[in-house]
Design a protein around this ligand. Structure first.
Ligand SMILES: N[C@@H](CCC(=O)N[C@@H](CS)C(=O)NCC(=O)O)C(=O)O
Length: 231
């Protein structure tokens, strides 16, 4: 896809959700251990969970489960009994759960200070708009493409509604590459530490500890991931 169209359609995804997942809302206590989220790009229910992570300023280990993939899909089946996404694992409480609305409510209850915002409440309108977000992208990132597994998870600094972050996430997802998602939405108190590390407040920012690489720019990130991991 040509770059301008790529960015425009990714922006369409952001607009469909009225910018939900751009800024930090009402974070509460912080988890001691990292949350784990099994999900895939293009799944409207998974998007709501990722938006909630941005609003609550939470990190998570993202384990991508694209259609046709098996690395983490099989793990979900053996943990929970069925291939349904999103699936949350919280090692802090021992909770594991399916169902996006329940996951969002759980995250706000454990790690927030109030009820979820309107755009993340239970209801068909939010499911429809989360689905429309992916229509624009013709399900990019939702299908597995053969890739070798990295020894260690990558790291992505991001916030959910950034159209550029979505482009990077799609590549990570279709190549089934696990990554530590560091949310730095607008208003995140962790932006200063991120800027200290990266030199600049811009996302997406990818760090690959397997090769010692760190980079900005979604198009460069996609090229790097393809070259390094696609088979
Ligand atoms: N009510 C569930 C619906 C979840 C759902 O239907 N997820 C789809 C993906 S969008 C799924 O897991 N499909 C099975 C698959 O992809 O193999 C929720 O809100 O989490």
């Amino acid at each position: 896809m040509i770059r301008a169209l790529d960015v425009a359609t990714s922006l369409g995804a952001t607009l469909a959700r009225l910018g939900s997942g751009v800024s930090v809302g009402s974070p509460g206590r912080r988890p001691q251990q990292e949350l784990q989220v099994y999900e895939f790009e293009g799944c409207p229910y998974c998007r709501k969970v990722r938006e909630a992570l941005t609003v609550l300023d939470l990190d998570a280990l993202v384990l991508p489960c694209p259609k046709g993939g098996s690395r983490y899909r099989d793990e979900v089946v053996s943990r929970g009994g069925k291939a349904q996404f999103p699936y949350l694992v919280d090692p802090n409480t021992g909770k594991e759960m399916y169902e996006s609305d329940e996951i969002v409510a759980y995250l706000f209850q454990e790690y927030g200070t109030g009820a979820p915002p309107a755009l993340l409440r239970r209801g068909p309108l939010n499911d429809v708009t989360a689905g429309l977000a992916s229509v624009w992208r013709f399900s990019r990132g939702a299908r597995y493409r053969p890739a070798r597994a990295p020894e260690q998870p990558l790291e992505l600094y991001s916030f959910e509604s950034s159209p550029f972050c979505r482009i990077a996430r799609e590549a990570l997802c279709s190549l089934e590459l696990p990554y530590h998602l560091h949310n730095v939405g607008k208003g995140s108190p962790r932006r200063a530490a991120f800027t200290e590390r990266s030199g600049r407040m811009m996302v997406p920012y990818l760090v690959d500890p397997n090769t010692g690489t760190a980079m900005f720019e979604s198009a460069d990130i996609v090229r790097y991931l393809e070259k390094t991991y696609a088979r």
